[in-house]
Design a protein around this ligand. Structure first.
Ligand SMILES: Nc1ncnc2c1ncn2[C@@H]1O[C@H](COP(=O)(O)OP(=O)(O)OP(=O)(O)O)[C@@H](O)[C@H]1O
Ligand SMILES: [Mg+2]
Length: 374
Protein backbone atom coordinates (compact mmCIF):
# COMPACT_ATOMS: atom_id res chain seq x y z
CA UNK A 1 0.00 0.00 0.00
CA UNK A 2 1.15 3.48 -0.69
CA UNK A 3 0.28 7.12 -0.90
CA UNK A 4 0.30 8.89 -4.25
CA UNK A 5 1.62 12.36 -4.94
CA UNK A 6 0.84 14.16 -8.18
CA UNK A 7 2.72 17.43 -8.69
CA UNK A 8 1.97 20.00 -11.38
CA UNK A 9 1.08 17.47 -14.04
CA UNK A 10 0.10 18.88 -17.44
CA UNK A 11 -0.79 17.07 -20.63
CA UNK A 12 -1.16 18.50 -24.10
CA UNK A 13 -1.96 16.81 -27.39
CA UNK A 14 -0.65 19.21 -30.01
CA UNK A 15 -2.43 22.48 -29.26
CA UNK A 16 -5.06 20.79 -27.06
CA UNK A 17 -4.42 21.25 -23.36
CA UNK A 18 -6.07 18.30 -21.61
CA UNK A 19 -4.63 18.64 -18.09
CA UNK A 20 -3.62 22.00 -16.70
CA UNK A 21 -1.45 21.89 -13.60
CA UNK A 22 -2.96 18.93 -11.77
CA UNK A 23 -1.63 18.52 -8.20
CA UNK A 24 -2.97 16.14 -5.58
CA UNK A 25 -1.75 14.30 -2.50
CA UNK A 26 -3.47 11.00 -1.78
CA UNK A 27 -2.98 9.36 1.60
CA UNK A 28 -2.11 5.71 2.02
CA UNK A 29 -5.34 3.71 1.97
CA UNK A 30 -7.51 6.57 0.76
CA UNK A 31 -10.36 6.09 -1.75
CA UNK A 32 -10.31 9.08 -4.10
CA UNK A 33 -12.82 9.60 -6.90
CA UNK A 34 -12.14 11.74 -9.99
CA UNK A 35 -15.45 12.99 -11.33
CA UNK A 36 -16.39 15.40 -14.07
CA UNK A 37 -18.10 15.63 -17.45
CA UNK A 38 -16.93 13.73 -20.50
CA UNK A 39 -13.60 14.95 -21.87
CA UNK A 40 -12.45 16.75 -18.69
CA UNK A 41 -9.27 14.67 -18.47
CA UNK A 42 -10.10 11.97 -15.88
CA UNK A 43 -8.89 8.98 -17.89
CA UNK A 44 -5.84 10.89 -19.08
CA UNK A 45 -4.76 11.55 -15.49
CA UNK A 46 -5.32 7.91 -14.59
CA UNK A 47 -3.30 6.72 -17.59
CA UNK A 48 -0.45 9.01 -16.60
CA UNK A 49 -0.49 7.42 -13.14
CA UNK A 50 -0.48 3.97 -14.69
CA UNK A 51 2.33 4.87 -17.06
CA UNK A 52 0.19 4.31 -20.16
CA UNK A 53 0.52 7.99 -21.11
CA UNK A 54 3.41 10.34 -20.54
CA UNK A 55 2.85 13.66 -18.77
CA UNK A 56 3.94 16.77 -20.71
CA UNK A 57 5.34 18.10 -17.45
CA UNK A 58 5.12 17.39 -13.73
CA UNK A 59 5.90 14.38 -11.55
CA UNK A 60 4.17 11.38 -10.03
CA UNK A 61 5.26 9.59 -6.86
CA UNK A 62 3.77 6.30 -5.71
CA UNK A 63 4.77 5.03 -2.28
CA UNK A 64 7.51 7.64 -2.12
CA UNK A 65 9.14 6.49 -5.38
CA UNK A 66 9.32 8.84 -8.33
CA UNK A 67 7.60 6.78 -11.04
CA UNK A 68 7.28 9.59 -13.60
CA UNK A 69 9.58 7.86 -16.09
CA UNK A 70 8.98 4.30 -14.95
CA UNK A 71 7.46 1.62 -17.21
CA UNK A 72 3.87 0.59 -16.34
CA UNK A 73 4.95 -2.87 -15.24
CA UNK A 74 7.38 -1.50 -12.65
CA UNK A 75 4.88 0.79 -10.93
CA UNK A 76 3.21 -1.89 -8.82
CA UNK A 77 -0.34 -0.73 -9.44
CA UNK A 78 -3.33 -2.56 -10.90
CA UNK A 79 -5.89 -1.08 -13.27
CA UNK A 80 -9.52 -2.04 -13.74
CA UNK A 81 -11.17 -0.71 -16.88
CA UNK A 82 -14.72 -0.27 -18.08
CA UNK A 83 -14.19 -3.02 -20.61
CA UNK A 84 -12.89 -5.92 -18.62
CA UNK A 85 -10.70 -7.32 -21.39
CA UNK A 86 -10.84 -10.92 -20.16
CA UNK A 87 -9.24 -13.60 -22.32
CA UNK A 88 -12.19 -15.50 -23.81
CA UNK A 89 -10.32 -18.81 -24.20
CA UNK A 90 -9.06 -18.90 -20.59
CA UNK A 91 -11.01 -20.00 -17.53
CA UNK A 92 -11.75 -17.54 -14.75
CA UNK A 93 -8.94 -19.10 -12.72
CA UNK A 94 -6.42 -18.61 -15.53
CA UNK A 95 -7.69 -15.12 -16.32
CA UNK A 96 -7.18 -14.09 -12.72
CA UNK A 97 -3.72 -15.62 -12.47
CA UNK A 98 -2.49 -14.55 -15.90
CA UNK A 99 -0.70 -11.36 -14.84
CA UNK A 100 1.13 -13.14 -12.04
CA UNK A 101 2.16 -15.98 -14.34
CA UNK A 102 3.62 -13.47 -16.79
CA UNK A 103 5.68 -12.08 -13.93
CA UNK A 104 7.02 -15.51 -13.10
CA UNK A 105 5.18 -15.90 -9.79
CA UNK A 106 5.37 -19.55 -8.59
CA UNK A 107 2.28 -21.62 -9.39
CA UNK A 108 1.40 -22.42 -5.77
CA UNK A 109 1.45 -18.71 -4.85
CA UNK A 110 -0.80 -17.93 -7.82
CA UNK A 111 -3.24 -20.70 -6.84
CA UNK A 112 -3.45 -19.44 -3.33
CA UNK A 113 -3.94 -15.79 -4.25
CA UNK A 114 -6.58 -16.66 -6.87
CA UNK A 115 -8.45 -18.83 -4.37
CA UNK A 116 -8.28 -16.06 -1.81
CA UNK A 117 -9.49 -13.32 -4.17
CA UNK A 118 -12.25 -15.56 -5.53
CA UNK A 119 -13.51 -16.13 -2.00
CA UNK A 120 -13.49 -12.42 -1.19
CA UNK A 121 -15.46 -11.70 -4.36
CA UNK A 122 -17.83 -14.66 -4.02
CA UNK A 123 -16.83 -16.19 -7.35
CA UNK A 124 -15.07 -19.35 -6.11
CA UNK A 125 -17.76 -21.52 -7.75
CA UNK A 126 -17.04 -19.93 -11.15
CA UNK A 127 -13.31 -20.55 -11.35
CA UNK A 128 -13.50 -23.21 -14.06
CA UNK A 129 -15.90 -21.33 -16.33
CA UNK A 130 -14.93 -19.25 -19.31
CA UNK A 131 -15.94 -15.55 -19.54
CA UNK A 132 -18.73 -16.15 -22.05
CA UNK A 133 -20.53 -18.29 -19.47
CA UNK A 134 -20.62 -15.39 -16.98
CA UNK A 135 -23.04 -12.52 -16.43
CA UNK A 136 -21.81 -8.93 -16.79
CA UNK A 137 -21.54 -8.53 -13.05
CA UNK A 138 -19.60 -11.76 -12.67
CA UNK A 139 -17.18 -10.70 -15.41
CA UNK A 140 -16.65 -7.41 -13.64
CA UNK A 141 -15.82 -9.31 -10.47
CA UNK A 142 -13.29 -11.43 -12.34
CA UNK A 143 -11.67 -8.23 -13.61
CA UNK A 144 -11.51 -6.98 -10.01
CA UNK A 145 -10.11 -10.34 -8.93
CA UNK A 146 -7.38 -10.08 -11.52
CA UNK A 147 -6.38 -6.75 -9.97
CA UNK A 148 -6.60 -8.03 -6.38
CA UNK A 149 -4.32 -11.05 -6.91
CA UNK A 150 -1.55 -8.69 -7.91
CA UNK A 151 -1.57 -7.28 -4.35
CA UNK A 152 -0.61 -3.90 -5.77
CA UNK A 153 0.31 -0.71 -3.94
CA UNK A 154 -2.72 0.99 -5.47
CA UNK A 155 -5.79 0.31 -7.60
CA UNK A 156 -6.70 2.57 -10.49
CA UNK A 157 -10.26 2.07 -11.72
CA UNK A 158 -11.70 3.76 -14.79
CA UNK A 159 -15.51 3.63 -14.90
CA UNK A 160 -15.48 -0.05 -13.96
CA UNK A 161 -19.26 -0.19 -13.56
CA UNK A 162 -20.50 1.60 -16.65
CA UNK A 163 -21.17 -1.60 -18.60
CA UNK A 164 -23.52 -2.91 -15.92
CA UNK A 165 -27.25 -2.28 -15.74
CA UNK A 166 -28.49 0.18 -13.13
CA UNK A 167 -29.36 -2.37 -10.44
CA UNK A 168 -26.14 -4.31 -10.74
CA UNK A 169 -24.20 -1.06 -10.75
CA UNK A 170 -25.59 -0.12 -7.34
CA UNK A 171 -24.85 -3.59 -6.02
CA UNK A 172 -21.29 -3.74 -7.37
CA UNK A 173 -20.63 -0.20 -6.18
CA UNK A 174 -21.36 -1.35 -2.63
CA UNK A 175 -19.15 -4.39 -3.17
CA UNK A 176 -16.21 -2.28 -4.27
CA UNK A 177 -16.64 -0.06 -1.22
CA UNK A 178 -16.74 -3.10 1.06
CA UNK A 179 -13.68 -4.50 -0.66
CA UNK A 180 -11.86 -1.27 -0.07
CA UNK A 181 -12.69 -1.36 3.63
CA UNK A 182 -11.44 -4.89 3.80
CA UNK A 183 -8.20 -4.51 1.83
CA UNK A 184 -7.45 -0.87 2.62
CA UNK A 185 -5.54 -0.39 -0.64
CA UNK A 186 -5.16 3.16 -1.96
CA UNK A 187 -7.67 3.51 -4.78
CA UNK A 188 -8.36 6.10 -7.46
CA UNK A 189 -11.71 5.62 -9.09
CA UNK A 190 -12.85 7.51 -12.18
CA UNK A 191 -16.50 8.14 -12.98
CA UNK A 192 -18.71 10.78 -14.53
CA UNK A 193 -21.51 9.80 -12.17
CA UNK A 194 -21.74 12.11 -9.18
CA UNK A 195 -23.77 9.56 -7.20
CA UNK A 196 -20.92 7.04 -7.45
CA UNK A 197 -18.54 9.78 -6.37
CA UNK A 198 -20.70 10.78 -3.40
CA UNK A 199 -21.35 7.24 -2.18
CA UNK A 200 -17.86 5.79 -2.57
CA UNK A 201 -15.28 8.51 -2.03
CA UNK A 202 -13.27 9.48 1.00
CA UNK A 203 -12.45 12.52 -1.10
CA UNK A 204 -13.79 13.72 -4.42
CA UNK A 205 -11.72 15.54 -7.03
CA UNK A 206 -14.11 17.33 -9.35
CA UNK A 207 -12.72 18.35 -12.73
CA UNK A 208 -13.76 20.46 -15.68
CA UNK A 209 -11.78 21.16 -18.86
CA UNK A 210 -8.57 19.73 -17.39
CA UNK A 211 -8.75 21.86 -14.26
CA UNK A 212 -9.48 20.72 -10.72
CA UNK A 213 -12.52 22.64 -9.48
CA UNK A 214 -12.58 21.40 -5.90
CA UNK A 215 -11.07 18.68 -3.73
CA UNK A 216 -13.21 17.78 -0.72
CA UNK A 217 -15.03 15.03 1.13
CA UNK A 218 -18.55 14.35 -0.20
CA UNK A 219 -20.31 16.23 2.59
CA UNK A 220 -18.24 19.38 2.13
CA UNK A 221 -18.63 19.16 -1.63
CA UNK A 222 -22.40 19.12 -1.18
CA UNK A 223 -22.66 21.74 1.55
CA UNK A 224 -19.97 24.15 0.47
CA UNK A 225 -19.44 23.93 -3.29
CA UNK A 226 -16.55 26.16 -4.36
CA UNK A 227 -18.20 27.47 -7.50
CA UNK A 228 -21.29 27.27 -9.70
CA UNK A 229 -19.97 24.30 -11.64
CA UNK A 230 -19.52 22.16 -8.53
CA UNK A 231 -22.83 23.36 -7.11
CA UNK A 232 -24.68 22.27 -10.25
CA UNK A 233 -22.82 19.00 -10.70
CA UNK A 234 -23.14 17.53 -7.20
CA UNK A 235 -26.69 16.67 -6.12
CA UNK A 236 -29.67 15.29 -8.00
CA UNK A 237 -31.71 17.02 -9.25
CA UNK A 238 -29.06 19.72 -9.46
CA UNK A 239 -29.07 22.97 -7.54
CA UNK A 240 -31.38 25.70 -8.88
CA UNK A 241 -29.78 28.99 -9.88
CA UNK A 242 -31.48 32.39 -9.82
CA UNK A 243 -29.88 35.66 -10.75
CA UNK A 244 -30.40 38.95 -8.97
CA UNK A 245 -28.62 42.21 -8.27
CA UNK A 246 -28.07 42.89 -4.58
CA UNK A 247 -29.62 46.09 -3.25
CA UNK A 248 -29.79 47.77 0.13
CA UNK A 249 -32.89 47.58 2.36
CA UNK A 250 -32.33 49.41 5.63
CA UNK A 251 -28.69 48.39 5.70
CA UNK A 252 -29.35 44.75 4.80
CA UNK A 253 -28.19 43.26 1.48
CA UNK A 254 -31.32 42.08 -0.27
CA UNK A 255 -32.26 40.29 -3.50
CA UNK A 256 -35.57 39.80 -5.26
CA UNK A 257 -36.53 36.20 -5.98
CA UNK A 258 -39.90 35.17 -7.41
CA UNK A 259 -41.05 38.75 -6.83
CA UNK A 260 -40.26 38.60 -3.09
CA UNK A 261 -37.61 40.62 -1.35
CA UNK A 262 -35.23 38.29 0.44
CA UNK A 263 -32.80 39.60 3.06
CA UNK A 264 -29.43 37.86 2.71
CA UNK A 265 -27.43 36.68 5.68
CA UNK A 266 -24.31 38.14 4.13
CA UNK A 267 -21.95 41.08 4.28
CA UNK A 268 -23.30 44.53 3.34
CA UNK A 269 -20.41 44.79 0.88
CA UNK A 270 -22.46 42.63 -1.48
CA UNK A 271 -24.75 45.58 -2.24
CA UNK A 272 -24.39 46.60 -5.88
CA UNK A 273 -23.02 43.24 -7.01
CA UNK A 274 -24.68 40.87 -9.42
CA UNK A 275 -24.99 37.46 -7.86
CA UNK A 276 -26.36 34.03 -8.61
CA UNK A 277 -28.36 32.53 -5.79
CA UNK A 278 -28.35 28.74 -5.48
CA UNK A 279 -31.21 26.84 -3.89
CA UNK A 280 -31.35 23.06 -3.77
CA UNK A 281 -34.63 21.47 -4.96
CA UNK A 282 -35.07 19.77 -1.57
CA UNK A 283 -34.84 23.13 0.20
CA UNK A 284 -38.09 24.32 -1.37
CA UNK A 285 -41.09 23.19 0.69
CA UNK A 286 -44.83 23.04 0.10
CA UNK A 287 -46.80 25.56 2.15
CA UNK A 288 -45.83 28.80 3.84
CA UNK A 289 -42.39 29.40 5.37
CA UNK A 290 -39.82 32.14 5.95
CA UNK A 291 -40.07 33.25 2.29
CA UNK A 292 -43.35 32.27 0.67
CA UNK A 293 -44.40 32.53 -2.97
CA UNK A 294 -47.29 31.40 -5.13
CA UNK A 295 -46.75 29.75 -8.48
CA UNK A 296 -48.51 27.95 -11.28
CA UNK A 297 -46.31 24.90 -11.79
CA UNK A 298 -45.42 24.04 -15.37
CA UNK A 299 -45.30 20.35 -14.60
CA UNK A 300 -45.59 18.05 -11.62
CA UNK A 301 -43.87 14.65 -11.70
CA UNK A 302 -44.86 12.13 -9.11
CA UNK A 303 -42.22 9.65 -7.96
CA UNK A 304 -44.31 8.05 -5.26
CA UNK A 305 -42.96 9.37 -2.00
CA UNK A 306 -41.83 12.64 -3.56
CA UNK A 307 -42.86 15.05 -6.27
CA UNK A 308 -40.76 17.14 -8.61
CA UNK A 309 -42.48 20.43 -9.32
CA UNK A 310 -41.12 22.33 -12.36
CA UNK A 311 -41.43 26.10 -12.08
CA UNK A 312 -40.95 28.90 -14.59
CA UNK A 313 -38.26 31.32 -13.47
CA UNK A 314 -39.32 34.98 -13.67
CA UNK A 315 -37.46 36.82 -16.44
CA UNK A 316 -35.49 38.95 -13.97
CA UNK A 317 -34.12 35.86 -12.17
CA UNK A 318 -32.91 33.92 -15.20
CA UNK A 319 -29.20 33.17 -15.27
CA UNK A 320 -26.80 32.89 -18.19
CA UNK A 321 -25.10 29.94 -16.55
CA UNK A 322 -24.67 26.97 -18.87
CA UNK A 323 -25.35 24.18 -16.47
CA UNK A 324 -24.26 20.62 -16.79
CA UNK A 325 -26.73 18.33 -15.12
CA UNK A 326 -24.51 15.80 -13.31
CA UNK A 327 -24.59 12.25 -14.59
CA UNK A 328 -25.94 12.78 -18.07
CA UNK A 329 -23.71 15.64 -19.19
CA UNK A 330 -26.95 17.30 -20.13
CA UNK A 331 -27.65 20.99 -19.96
CA UNK A 332 -30.67 22.06 -18.01
CA UNK A 333 -32.62 25.08 -19.29
CA UNK A 334 -32.13 28.14 -17.11
CA UNK A 335 -35.78 29.22 -17.32
CA UNK A 336 -36.89 26.31 -15.14
CA UNK A 337 -36.22 25.33 -11.57
CA UNK A 338 -37.28 22.24 -9.66
CA UNK A 339 -38.82 21.93 -6.23
CA UNK A 340 -38.46 18.47 -4.70
CA UNK A 341 -41.32 17.96 -2.30
CA UNK A 342 -41.15 14.98 0.04
CA UNK A 343 -44.57 13.50 0.84
CA UNK A 344 -46.51 16.69 0.04
CA UNK A 345 -50.15 16.97 0.98
CA UNK A 346 -52.00 16.07 -2.25
CA UNK A 347 -54.55 18.84 -1.70
CA UNK A 348 -51.75 21.40 -1.75
CA UNK A 349 -50.60 20.42 -5.25
CA UNK A 350 -53.08 22.00 -7.61
CA UNK A 351 -53.11 24.56 -10.37
CA UNK A 352 -51.74 27.09 -7.92
CA UNK A 353 -49.30 26.07 -5.31
CA UNK A 354 -47.76 27.77 -2.31
CA UNK A 355 -44.05 27.17 -1.86
CA UNK A 356 -41.47 28.50 0.53
CA UNK A 357 -37.80 28.39 1.41
CA UNK A 358 -35.52 29.47 4.19
CA UNK A 359 -32.90 32.09 3.20
CA UNK A 360 -30.44 30.24 5.46
CA UNK A 361 -30.31 27.56 2.73
CA UNK A 362 -29.29 29.94 -0.05
CA UNK A 363 -25.86 29.60 -1.67
CA UNK A 364 -24.39 32.78 -3.10
CA UNK A 365 -22.07 33.01 -6.11
CA UNK A 366 -20.51 35.91 -7.94
CA UNK A 367 -22.31 36.13 -11.30
CA UNK A 368 -19.13 36.93 -13.22
CA UNK A 369 -16.45 34.77 -11.61
CA UNK A 370 -18.97 32.03 -10.65
CA UNK A 371 -17.03 31.58 -7.38
CA UNK A 372 -18.89 30.98 -4.12
CA UNK A 373 -19.26 33.99 -1.82
CA UNK A 374 -18.47 32.87 1.72
N1 LIG B 1 -4.48 10.35 -27.77
C1 LIG B 1 -5.17 11.50 -27.80
N2 LIG B 1 -4.94 12.44 -28.74
C2 LIG B 1 -5.62 13.61 -28.76
N3 LIG B 1 -6.55 13.94 -27.84
C3 LIG B 1 -6.82 13.06 -26.88
C4 LIG B 1 -6.14 11.80 -26.79
N4 LIG B 1 -6.62 11.14 -25.70
C5 LIG B 1 -7.54 11.95 -25.15
N5 LIG B 1 -7.67 13.10 -25.85
C6 LIG B 1 -8.57 14.23 -25.53
O1 LIG B 1 -8.29 14.62 -24.22
C7 LIG B 1 -9.48 15.04 -23.56
C8 LIG B 1 -9.62 14.31 -22.25
O2 LIG B 1 -9.85 12.95 -22.51
P1 LIG B 1 -10.12 11.90 -21.35
O3 LIG B 1 -10.21 10.57 -21.98
O4 LIG B 1 -9.10 12.09 -20.29
O5 LIG B 1 -11.53 12.39 -20.83
P2 LIG B 1 -12.46 11.75 -19.68
O6 LIG B 1 -12.61 12.80 -18.64
O7 LIG B 1 -11.93 10.44 -19.27
O8 LIG B 1 -13.85 11.63 -20.42
P3 LIG B 1 -14.95 10.40 -20.43
O9 LIG B 1 -15.83 10.64 -19.24
O10 LIG B 1 -15.68 10.64 -21.71
O11 LIG B 1 -14.21 9.11 -20.38
C9 LIG B 1 -10.61 14.82 -24.54
O12 LIG B 1 -10.92 16.04 -25.15
C10 LIG B 1 -10.03 13.84 -25.52
O13 LIG B 1 -10.60 14.00 -26.79
MG1 LIG C 1 -12.61 8.47 -19.50
Amino acid sequence: MAGIRIEHVTKTYGSLSVLKDFSLDIADGEFVVFVGPSGCGKSTMLKILAGLEEASSGTVHIGGRDVTDMAPGDRDIAMVFQNYALYPHLTVRKNMGFGLKMRGTPADVIDQRVANAAKILGIDHLLDRRPKALSGGQRQRVALGRAIVREPQAFLMDEPLSNLDAKLRVHTRAEISALHHRLGVTTIYVTHDQIEAMTMADRIVIMKDGLIQQIADPDTMFRRPANLFVAGFIGSPGMNFLRSPVFDRAGVPTVRLFGREVALQASASLVGRDIVVGLRPEHIAAGAGPVTFEVQPRLVESLGSEKYVYLDVPEENRTQVARIENSDDEERPTDTIIARLINPDERAIGKHITLSFDPAHLHLFDAKTEIAIQ
